[in-house]
Design a protein. Structure first.
Length: 183
């Protein structure tokens, strides 16, 4: 399934051939977005080749996760996002979760993230999820603004995870999804 969401950005299903490009998007995205928000030693240790190999393993395993990429003519893959069933038991077995959405740092503000978000929301609604949750670093103001513009709101849940001995706090955001085609 493909969907052209802006004149120059194509969002399509991710294939195994995209693993290297997606790993580059993810690693570069983390290193840019989380600088100063988590230990730099962890960000510096991220490796594109290792991440690509991990992504290839996900394809071999098969799963309920939906992965899409954003492409721009002449540039190839410039963004990636994925969602699936909510990973924690919060009493909502029907809830979906936006696991990731990243664009290359130099592509931020070009519409690629909005194109990915539109496609992910539409697909999650079509898959029957009544809402979609996501976790965002509490101190990541640009990401929080992006999610809020897409209709996500914090629901009061907060958790922390450890990165190289440092606790990094996250907030949960949730967005109700409409019927297919109205997300």
């Amino acid at each position: 399934m493909t969907m052209r969401t802006t004149p120059d950005v194509l969002v399509r299903d991710m294939t195994v051939d995209d693993c290297e490009a997606v790993a580059r998007v993810r690693v570069c995205g983390w290193q840019a977005a989380y600088a100063g928000l988590m230990p730099q030693s962890y960000l510096d240790s991220m490796d594109i080749a290792e991440d690509a190999e991990r992504r290839r393993g996900f394809f071999d395993e098969g799963s309920a996760v939906v992965n899409v990429v954003a492409e721009r003519a002449g540039l190839g893959v410039i963004g990636w996002g994925c969602y699936g069933p909510y990973r924690e038991d919060d009493g909502r077995p029907d809830r979906g979760e936006l696991y990731a959405i990243y664009v290359l740092p130099e592509m931020i503000g070009t519409g690629a993230g909005r194109a990915l978000m539109a496609e992910l929301l539409a697909r999650a609604a079509a898959d029957g999820f009544p809402d979609l949750a996501l976790w965002v670093l509490r101190e990541n103001a640009p990401a929080r603004r992006f999610y809020e513009r897409a209709g996500f709101l914090p629901d009061g849940a907060e958790e922390s995870f450890e990165v190289d001995g440092v606790l990094v706090p996250e907030l949960r955001y949730v967005r109700a999804l409409g019927l297919p085609g109205t997300a």
